[in-house]
Design a protein around this ligand. Sequence first.
Ligand code: DOR
Ligand code: ZN
Length: 433
Amino acid sequence: MSTTRIAGVRPYGEDPTDLYVRDGVLAEPVDDPDEIVDAGGLIALPGLVDLHTHLREPGGEEAETVATGSAAAALGGYTAVFAMPNTDPVADSPVVVEHVWRRGREVGLVDVHPVGAVTVGLGGERLAEMGMMAASPAGVRMFSDDGRCVNDPLVMRRALEYARALDAVVAQHAEDHRLTVGAQAHEGPVAARLGLAGWDPTAEESIVARDVMLAATAGARLHVCHLSTARSAAVLRWAREHYEVRVSAEVTPHHLLLTDTAVQDYDPVHKVNPPLRPAADTEALRRALADGTVDCVATDHAPHAVEAKDCEWSAARPGMLGLQTALPVVVTTMVATGLLDWRGVARVCSEAPARIAGLTDQGRPLTPGEPANLALVDPDAAWTVRGAELASRADNTPYEGMEMPVSVVHTMLRGRWTVRDGKVQDGEVQGHG
Ligand code: DOR
Ligand code: ZN
């Protein structure tokens, strides 16, 4: 059994030390390791966990596959991702979730956990086979109709009740569709000037308010996907003060950095759902993430084929790439601003998402005996984003040409390097090229 010494690394950005890996777990120091990896100057974080990834398989392979999405995830420092079910066919049955789960294992670059649909075909009417998906080898513990809201309050209540019985969580894409018919961009002066139909933020906030009450009534766990407004964060604070509610929430990197003014260029790469919001919301979301109102960062990595993005604004599909840029964007918005230190980054990008999803082998402390899931980050290695060079099949990054302040250098999954020196190690990688 061989032992690796990761020398000179700074766990959570703190003082340099050596980490030891043996048999897939972090180990006690030894004098004669079989391999020594010089990690001087690199910061060690527990492998990142993404609760919100669109891998597009099955049915959307022209935009992404489990293989290319896993490669992008590993390059971004991730060791586990949750694959959203809005695929074709929808992941609303044991057969489909098991397929995605198996593909994830075959590729082997990150743990791929399928999210099961809440309703059949994302139709919002009949509950999907939640129990069967939970009992499948994929062991589904998170359910979502993401892309669509579970709009009907009775269906949502039933879903929460089932989820409680399964010890699962319902992840809600909070959008009252009755308020967003035809919506193209955040409702405000920018959209008005461009003549784009507005997306009323009340559509999100009212569902968040309703759902915390439903979750409290059902005694179930609710997770709010891509929370995007100051008032949604305020609703969570209020709910936790007044109810015994088990609610968690995520914010995307793009909602921490970009604002609705980006839409002015009319480039559909900036079209996303929920839409980019005004700077006041961005500011409030950063504070909410720093103070724990919002628990974690999730990418909402949403690859789209060229045809779905290189078209007029109203015809374009919403969504943007996120896996390879998430950590640098969090550093820009949260660390460089003094709102979080690297321990805080570990909390919001790894520990909290692992806890929300019920993973016991991810988001763990960097101490002996714990699984060796690591992201090693060079805090001084800036790089420029080029969509064509990202591992995703698609190239719809909103950060094209932007400089990112830090680089993921190595990623380790259970003691195995999935990324060395910024290069994917094996896996079935077919991205660009
Ligand atoms: O922008 C988005 N894209 N928001 C969603 O809710 C769905 C996602 C997608 O699947 O492309
Ligand atoms: Zn969504």
